[in-house]
Design a protein around this ligand. Sequence first.
Ligand SMILES: Nc1ncnc2c1ncn2[C@@H]1O[C@H](COP(=O)(O)OP(=O)(O)OP(=O)(O)O)[C@@H](O)[C@H]1O
Ligand SMILES: [Mg+2]
Length: 402
Amino acid sequence: MSDKIRALIVDDVAATRENIKKLMEFHPEIEAVGQAGTGEEAIALAKALRPDVILMDINMPGMDGIEATERLSLEVPDAAVIIMSVQGEQEYLRRAMMAGAKNYLTKPFTGDELIHAAKDAYNRERKVREALRAKTADKKQGKIICIFSGKGGAGKTTLAVNLAVALAGRPLTKVALVDADIQFGDVSLALNVPARSTLADVVAEKENPDDEVLSPYMAIYSDQLHILAAPARPEQAESITGKLVGAVLKQLRQSYDLVLVDTASAFNEATIAALDAADSVLLVAGLELPAVKNTKLALEIMQSLGYDDEKIMLVLNRATPEGGIEAGEVETTLKRRFVAAIPTDARTVASSINQGLPFVLSHPATAVARQMQSLAGLVAPPEMVAAEAETKNPRRFKLFGR
Ligand SMILES: Nc1ncnc2c1ncn2[C@@H]1O[C@H](COP(=O)(O)OP(=O)(O)OP(=O)(O)O)[C@@H](O)[C@H]1O
Ligand SMILES: [Mg+2]
């Protein structure tokens, strides 16, 4: 790679351009890659040649050096403009610097002055570029948490909306809630946010949203909680591939601290993509026999998918024993412990769903809301927990009724 600074010379006087080019010939650090006689020509050449620096005469007929500099700073921002003026053009010079020029030279100048100005402008420009690159490389990697259950109706959506609201209530935490129950998703109903667009619109718009910003598709619940809804009609789900779901989640984690995903209780393409992309899976279990059986099956399938044990967090919902099965027995059968137990509270849960207001907001003092808040503390990334100054955060929950 050549270390020479590549310069474009812009001046309406051909003789001046030639003189500057000659000056450069004595200095191996810099080379003239092109010459332009007008502002328009300078912009076209800069786009084609991508020079490191542009030596720009301030005073040219037609588009002057200031206007050309202004346009170049937008259209070819990587090229550092050095303005050339004669004595007594101070005000003009000030405007050129405001327009984006990185340095200036007063005519006539020596070769050393030229090199000095060019190196200075080039180095400053490169620093800005490197800082920008470092910033984009250092993209945020939010945590993806997928909420799943082996059996339908286990309480996934109840958990998803309440956790989302609880987590978005924490300081400095941006949360995205994605409804990946692509046929019968009801997240937007449970939160009472009309979804203007859904996952189906993302498909219609772009096959691969990798480099697309998804924000226009997100419904705004609050500053800190945005929602990507499921399609309004089941038949629209057909177009949503696992690949799309995975790509959307990976894209969202770059803009949000937490991405919560509600799913359907089926190992379909969308669910598997969400489970794969997740850092943690909250597997929602219950105390009824069919629920226990399906939870066991789900655990086996996730093991066969190669998920680490730590990735799966078993959560007991409707934890108040009614039909004789105790939480401890379920833990024995599943050979796993529950990380949380959300009590049964049909009144609070049903009324909150019908109001479209999660119970952690509408009934914060109930046991069901408090247990949900504790679960939120458990899935929050460590830095958020620290920010909370919340110390009473046991690794494992006391089970209800024990
Ligand atoms: N802790 C609880 N106590 C009482 N009722 C609950 C509790 N959790 C959920 N429910 C009720 O159970 C029903 C199913 O809950 P929810 O819709 O959250 O489950 P789901 O797993 O998302 O279901 P689906 O598989 O259909 O998506 C709802 O009517 C809800 O009100
Ligand atoms: Mg649901």
